[in-house]
Design a protein. Structure first.
Length: 130
């Protein structure tokens, strides 16, 4: 950013010098109808004011662009972190609560879960429906 600012300020200085040199060589300073020193200073200050206004607009455009880019980057990072945290919390919750919830539901629906594992494995003849 500082490199861009240095180049921009150098361009402003070069433009200001060029405008001054142009008016000095084409109009001259003197009593024979050229520019008076007061007029020349007025023109130079007006040109400087215009250049400062252009520089201000350029900096404002960069500020808006930088803010929008920063906002987009922050939003993307927040979404990514929220997704990771949600997955971790879901895994932790399901890892600790799911087995208990399944056992409670089995017990609520069929009465008792004792012998359920053996019945499901085929060790008990009752699991086949006979």
């Amino acid at each position: 950013m500082s490199k861009i600012l240095n180049v921009l300020l150098s361009a402003v200085n070069l433009a200001l010098f060029s405008i001054g040199a142009y008016f000095m060589f084409t109009r001259g300073i003197g009593k024979n109808g050229g520019w008076t020193p007061v007029e020349l200073v007025t023109i130079m200050l007006t040109a400087l004011g215009v250049m400062v206004a252009v520089l201000t607009l350029f900096i404002a455009i960069l500020a808006v662009w930088g803010f929008s880019r920063l906002s987009d980057e922050a939003r993307d990072k927040a979404e990514k972190v929220a997704k990771i945290v949600a997955e971790q919390e879901t895994r932790h919750y399901l890892g600790s609560k799911l087995p208990t919830m399944v056992e409670d539901e089995i017990e609520r629906r069929i009465g008792s879960n004792q012998g359920y594992g053996a019945g499901a494995a085929g060790g008990d003849g009752n699991a086949s429906g006979a």
